[in-house]
Design a protein around this ligand. Structure first.
Ligand code: V47
Length: 374
């Protein structure tokens, strides 16, 4: 077998996957399981890289963004999370709208194109708070896209207000919401959710809300939290469910695999993910998600070096400068301070790829040339 001209493989089983990849055919659940479990890491990397280059050539996307977490107070108490604090707890913060705008203003220069806004499920903050926040941020930084609120937060706001999701999303869009980040998806399998994020929005519900958000013309991203108690089959199942929804809506722009960080969580006994698992998961995602345009190597969670290598294992995006990231930081991450645009570009060029600054909707950003003074 010539495996679509892509062989040879250390794992001969990959030859049937290679033939499908060469022919542009969709991979099955069984193919995904093989890709997720084979010891032929470089083999799956080669296949994922082929798909990545078919879609994007050498282009590697990044943006200039800042995170903003209006509150870490949360009614949920997920074992996976080191960020949340109970209402009234000593580690909690909740910004007024004015304070949130001032925190954002510390770093929102004219280069920043995106605010990534997520937070806890605060028992006292309703839709009105987020409407006021988005309106105030849009008024102060009209050039900045607000990528805000996960499906879990939208679900919470709708239930709290006893309003249909549609009404909540329409109100938030009217106030300035531009698109939604992909967090909170974790792993859809209920067996896993019962341990890592019990009492949170179910996997089914997360997908239902994403369907509703997309039907209102709002784009979103999607994620998968891996490297804790899930099996390879549960990872593949998660990706297949995202792929099915994307067939229906086309609303996902980007998939982001999130490496679980155990420190300071109730799962602190779990070993952190390894380079092999990180790269194989990026490759698995690129190969399974044939209908989602972008796969992000989120450098904050992978570390800059593994993220750079991931650009040859299926990823075409590094996320951004990410100033003031707090969720990974709370769980032992080391990158809370962000990265300068020049350093991101250097990482990409050093990987023999071509940096393309994008906005949240993946439109290239025209960067003003450095002025030749005089
Ligand atoms: O929703 C929480 C996960 C997510 C931990 O859409 C953890 O462009 C690892 O969703 N270890 C937040 N992960 C991050 C996120 C994201 C990041 C970058 C870009 C985008 C995008 C989305 O991180 C949470 C949760 O799924 N998370 N705790 C932890 N201990």
């Amino acid at each position: 077998m010539d495996a679509g001209g892509l062989g040879p493989f250390l794992d001969r089983g990959l030859e049937r996957v290679a033939e499908k990849v060469a022919a542009g055919e969709r991979l099955s659940f069984a193919d995904g399981t093989l890709v997720a479990t084979t010891s032929d890491l470089l083999g799956v990397g080669r296949l994922a890289n082929l798909v990545r280059e078919r879609l994007h050539g050498d282009a590697t996307y990044f943006n200039v963004n800042r995170h903003l977490n209006p509150t870490n107070v949360c009614v949920a108490s997920c074992a996976l999370c080191a960020f949340a604090e109970k209402y009234g707890g000593s580690r909690g913060w909740t910004y007024t709208v004015e304070q949130a705008v001032e925190v954002a203003a510390r770093d929102v220069t004219e280069d920043v194109t995106e605010l990534h806004i997520v937070g806890g499920l605060h028992p006292k903050l309703g839709v009105e708070y987020y409407e006021a926040l988005f309106a105030a941020l849009s008024a102060r930084f009209p050039w900045v896209h607000l990528k805000a609120l996960t499906m879990v937060e939208i679900d919470f706001l709708a239930q709290r207000a006893k309003l249909p999701v549609e009404d909540v999303v329409r109100r938030l869009v009217a106030a300035g919401l531009g698109s939604c980040p992909g967090g909170g998806a974790e792993i859809f399998a209920e067996r896993v959710r019962a341990v890592i994020c019990d009492h949170k929005t179910s996997g089914e519900r997360w997908l239902e809300i994403a369907r509703e958000v997309h039907s209102l013309g709002v784009k979103s991203n999607c994620t998968m939290l891996y490297g804790h108690i899930e099996t390879a089959e549960e990872r593949v199942d998660h990706l297949v469910r995202l792929r099915e929804l994307q067939d229906e809506t086309g609303g996902f722009q980007c998939f982001i695999p999130l490496a679980f960080h155990p420190a300071n969580t109730r799962l602190a006994h779990v070993a952190p993910s390894t380079g092999r698992l990180d790269l194989q998961t990026v490759a698995l995602a690129r190969l399974m998600l044939d209908n989602i345009p972008h796969v992000k190597a989120y450098w904050i969670m992978l570390g800059a070096k593994a993220a750079q290598v991931a650009l040859h294992f299926g990823a075409d995006d590094l996320d951004g400068t990410v100033v003031d990231e707090r969720i990974t930081l709370a769980a032992g991450g080391e990158a809370g301070a962000g990265m300068a645009r020049a350093d991101l570009e250097h990482l990409i060029r050093e990987a023999q790829r071509v940096p393309v600054e994008r906005d949240t909707l993946y439109r290239p950003v025209a960067v003003a040339p450095l002025s030749a003074a005089g």
